[in-house]
Design a protein around this ligand. Sequence first.
Ligand SMILES: [Zn+2]
Length: 238
Amino acid sequence: MSPQLRFSSPSPAGRGGLRGRGKQAETFSPSSEGKVVHSEICKAIHKMVGAQPLLNHEQIDQAPDYGIYFLYEKGEYYSQADGSDGRIVRVGISKILHERLRSEIVSGGTVLRMHLGSALLKRDGACATDIERWYHPKDKVAWRPENVKRQFLEYVQQNFTVRCLEVADQRLRVEYEKQLIYELAQCKGCIPSDGWLGHMAYNEKVRQWGLWNHDHTDDNPRLQKADLDSFHRFLGLS
Ligand SMILES: [Zn+2]
């Protein structure tokens, strides 16, 4: 029998207002038994993804051609493991995954660099102007000091690993990505650690929802029924 699915819905905090520590500070708390409670869909995501090979930045050529990637970060744990060894901290898609992952965690040319770089700058005491220049270069020539770029690459290569799921259909990849990010962001059990670098990110949605994503975190994608059914089959839920 299929597990009963309970889709999460945005908390009041998701409609604005919550600052700083996001989920951990005010929105969610552990259950009375002292265990965090993940949504059924979050458990299914972590279980399915957790069964895939874990790759480091030197192994990304092993990624499938078309699919979805899931980043894990040292120090971020999924307490109800179900075979998984960590909390998913970022989701992305590509039609050529190994190229995308090379850009993401080897050369540093994606939005992850903007998010994570802003947090490194904040952590190291940079002024607000410099953090904004890093995140929102207004002069078309991005402000990318070599030392911060180097720090970014060192951080991701030392702290990030990745798992991938193959999805050949481009349209479905896009639809699944939206639903995956939304479900992980809204899961009450997926709480960042106290020391998570994302608490210092410039983008409020990163801080609020505990992922290195901002799009789709609090915007229910409301997939068509056929796509939702397909998504459940993808996760082994039906
Ligand atoms: Zn969860």
